[in-house]
Design a protein around this ligand. Structure first.
Ligand SMILES: Cc1ncc(COP(=O)(O)O)c(C=O)c1O
Length: 396
């Protein structure tokens, strides 16, 4: 018997929600079912909301720093769930992971120097590199029989040829859904260590892992590999608090940490978001039961998507995710033209997804959809897609 009901539809309109209230501004129409931005349509459980409400009830929202209780909540979550220990001083707050990646880019590279990423990948990685006038170097992930893999020879060659200073790893990987194995991580770690490359490991999705897979944090790989490590963690995906703008950047090495902190200070950031700090501490302390049920629900959503596609739209290929609540779908059996795919998704299926092209040049015939919504919403979305494809099949 489950304690929490993830089937409930909460109307998010009128809350300044990026996903629901900005369709006209961003898409120029408001008749599409949104499945794009990576937040969830689920409400936090009362135990966490009670803590937030108690804090808002106080009525004063002055400058706030994390206290002992906050550090303990974060440490205990990662110790319990991912088996690693963090010292208080290793943690630097940030308003978000992308902000901290930008800090790392500026702290560990100079303008014109090379930063490595693995496309297709979360698009702000590219933006942050390019907007800071660094050179973007890509180690393209290889899709073999629906499973993405790393070309390690290319990885090392690109590092050497371009004198790469920083590697931004997405672990688990958005959008391809890989939960990297310890062996894969060690191979990358060894290459980076051999060439003195800093690593930003973005582990924002690391709590979302499907049965049969296990997330290995880069921080657990051993001292040899963590001297140049910046580990990006955050409760914002796990507990749907992206709007509260709080992330914990974990840097075990003192020298690396002080370089990062200098850049963080240069950007003008000091205290964290008051409600973010309270919500994070509460979520990590009181939210585990809710989160466990959420994982089961998301697995149910994934199972639903898989069987719906198999039974109704086998032309669409599901790249089986090992983690994250983001699904990567390939449409190349339906069309070879990205503009035609856009027509299918937007004009015919009336869906608002993230087109593959924004994650990298080679994936224009993919779409990313977010399955962190009530199942009935997902059913509606997939039926819309099915109807659009069915009409094409019969030439309507
Ligand atoms: C891999 C990855 N990193 C970072 C973010 C965003 O993090 P933040 O809002 O903390 O900048 C996302 C959001 O979708 C993400 O998927």
């Amino acid at each position: 018997m489950s304690k929490y009901d993830f089937d409930i539809i909460h109307d998010r309109h009128g809350t300044s929600s990026l996903k629901y209230d900005f369709a006209m501004v961003r898409k120029g129409r408001d008749d599409l079912l949104p499945l794009w931005v990576a937040d969830m349509d689920f409400r936090l459980p009362d135990e966490i909301l009670d803590d937030i409400t108690a804090r808002t009830g106080h009525g004063i929202f002055g400058y706030t720093d994390p206290d002992k209780k906050y550090y303990k909540a974060v440490q205990s979550w990662y110790s319990r769930r991912q088996g690693f220990e963090i010292e208080d001083d290793w943690i630097t707050l940030a308003p978000g992971i992308v902000y901290s990646i930008a800090c790392a880019v500026r702290a560990f590279t100079k303008p014109g120097e090379a930063v490595l990423i693995q496309q297709p990948v979360y698009y702000p990685f590219m933006e942050v590199i390019q907007l800071n006038r660094r050179e973007l170097v890509n180690n393209q992930l290889i899709c073999r029989n629906g499973h993405y893999e790393i070309d390690f020879d290319d990885f090392e060659r690109k590092i050497i040829e371009n004198d790469v200073r920083l590697f931004i790893l997405c672990s688990p990987h958005n959008p391809v859904g890989r939960v990297w194995s310890k062996e894969e991580l060690l191979t990358m770690a060894e290459i980076c260590a051999a060439h003195g490359v800093f690593i930003y490991s973005d582990e924002i999705h690391s709590d979302f892992v499907y049965p049969g897979h296990r997330h290995t944090s880069f921080i657990t790989l051993g001292d040899k590999y963590t001297q140049k490590l910046i580990l990006g963690t955050s409760p914002s995906k796990s507990f749907n608090i992206a709007g509260l703008q709080i992330a914990n950047i974990i840097i075990p090495d003192r020298e690396t940490r002080s370089k990062y902190r200098l850049e963080n200070a240069a950007a003008g950031y000091s205290q964290g978001n008051t409600l973010g700090i309270f919500a994070a501490a509460s979520a990590y302390t009181r939210g585990e039961e809710w989160f466990e049920e959420l994982l089961i629900y998301l697995k149910g959503n994934l199972d639903y998507v898989r069987s719906f596609i198999r039974d109704n739209i086998p032309e669409v290929r599901l790249i089986e995710p090992e983690g994250t609540y983001l699904i990567w779908l390939e449409f190349s059996a339906l069309t070879e033209d990205p503009a035609d795919l856009e027509r299918l998704i937007v004009e015919e299926a009336l869906l608002w997804t993230d087109s593959g092209i924004i994650f990298g040049r080679e994936t224009a015939l993919f779409e990313r959809i977010n399955i962190a919504c009530p199942r009935s919403v997902l059913e509606q979305a997939l039926h819309q897609l099915y109807n659009a494809i069915r009409k094409r099949r019969v030439g309507l």
